[in-house]
Design a protein around this ligand. Sequence first.
Ligand code: IVH
Length: 685
Amino acid sequence: MFELTDQIKSEAAELRKVLDAHNHSYYKLNNPTIPDAEYDDLFRQLQSLESQFPELLTPDSPTQRVGGPVLEAFSKVEHLQPMLSLGNVFSDEEAEAFESRVCQRLGRSEGIAYFAEPKLDGLAISLLYREGKLERAATRGDGRVGEDVTVQIRTIKDIPYTLRGRVPPLVEVRGEVFMSLDAFEAMNQKARAANEKVFANPRNAAAGSLRQLDPKVTAQRKLSMYCHGIGEISEGFLPEGYGALLTVFKAWGLPVCPEGKCFDRFSECLVYCQTLLERRHELEYEIDGIVYKVDRFADQGILGAVSRAPRWAIAHKFPPVEVTTSVQGIDVQVGRTGALTPVARLEPVNVAGVVVTNATLHNFQELEAKDVRIGDRVVVRRAGDVIPEVVRVVPAEKSTERAAVFQEPDICPVCGGRVVRAPGEVVLRCEGQLRCPAQRKEGLKHFSARRAMNIEGLGDKLVEMLIERGFIKSPVDLFTLHDRRSELIKIKGLGAKSVDKLLDAIERSKQTTLARFLFALGIREVGEATAANLAVFFGDLDGLKAADHQTLITVPDVGPIVAVHIRNWLADEKNQALLDALQAQGVVWPVVEKTDTKEDLPLAGMAIVLTGSLSSMTRDEAKALLMGLGARVTGSVSKRTACVIAGEKAGSKRANAEALGVAVYDESAFTGGISAIIEQLKHKS
Ligand code: IVH
């Protein structure tokens, strides 16, 4: 046993001070200063000291408190039953130790069922229903007293005002209010475009949206809820176990997470945890772990709780999606449309299982707002399909000298061309258009990419080399490369065989589709889905060339801004010459059958499920592509599902589809031949 020294005492005091400060930022200001995982780490250090030296434990230690203080602007509400928090474990071994404690306390190791479900990263809410009517909603607050958020909660569509069926005279339903990743991205994108404050993560967005004194603001934010517990309930209404309770919740019309499962053996919970960790990015919401709960309420009663958390439940935390690292440099990247993006070069860091070395800063206004400088320590976040981003700077502990503010460039770092910001635009752009080598490079990479002209074997590196050696400047040059075969085969590392393969692939790519061709042109804001819609709407290029603004905006998915970009692009003489030259080189496509209305779109009325991760596009892009073709993209597989597109690590949705006889296409079938899929689906329906 170690001795309690002054040094240990001051260490504990310091930890308490730091944790209190973080608690304040987290709960009161809704603005966490460190990632949750680092907070957990400090918390555990203090917990461990306090368990070694019980004399250190003070009643006001952060380890003894549930959540944070009550916001003064909301009226206070006393919960009928306290709202508890959860203890955390970070490994299978620690989770098994939890199970051992449960068995020991219950005095048996057989016949203990466990319920496992995602730990949602949102905020806990208690809903009080009297005679089936929603009477009051409150945040957790300090666990005993929370804030009344009834009017805000009433704006959430998932939450019923009235429960259905046989309902108890009184029930306190507990659950998590959260924001889906889609809603979070959409909200931040809107904020970014309007140069407004963006939220650091969905949890803050959910908390910030709910803690609005004006419920109209809450109503505009798309919040969701899943129920995960019970407080007070009238006698005779509590079922045997938690799994059964969730079934009752569903029958009452309350939202319940569809991923939860009951297991007879604890070891199966660990397999479930691993599976969900791998499928984490498939979910439409952020989860930071799995919660294991002893299922039977009688057993829960025997186990009871210690001050902060029940002994019958534990959270098994995942590796964090937010971590801190330092900024080694700030690069400026020039995209295909000339947009200049500041990118932070980072000390390599593992974020949710992937080593990240670069993170986007989105644009210069955001860089300025976040005040990121070289040498700073920053929080980096990587969630779902979203590219890693710098969330915020971690304030330096002492008054350490910081590097100078990073200056917005006034010339393009690649071509030296002028940099401009169009009125009302947030993004800086290089004016050089196709004259700028960076844009030319990006434009050519995009043109030959698999989802565009699909020139097999012409990857990014080869495009760069061909540009640098002066073989190609514009897409047209690709189609005259065969005239320079003898020069090409002399290039070190290429050789006759690979040159011929490349020339063949270029030749084959000439037989394309109008949708691919339009996408390949790289017109601003014309992504794959828009290109597909334009192709279906106009049928051929001539119709599109002749279209006025009014006609363009009647195309699904084309708004006034996209219409202006299309018209500007087509009005440019250089682009007109490019189109003529490409067609003169033999680029052709079959004329697409024209449609006028949404119902005529090729996938109209079909429900499609996306599952697993796609390597060639983000989930949002895939969704947009399918929706542009008229499909509804849904979350769960049923008999009515037209097909499932399954990427890497597809889990239960793929299995469900196979069991129900629903067609499953893998990524290569999807990206390589959407028209073949359309044909097959049409045939079936
Ligand atoms: S059970 C007594 N189940 O995590 C049990 N909590 O870190 C307390 N949370 O305060 C809640 N997902 O806000 C439970 N499936 C889940 C949860 C969950 C997220 C939150 C909840 C709780 C916090 C504890």
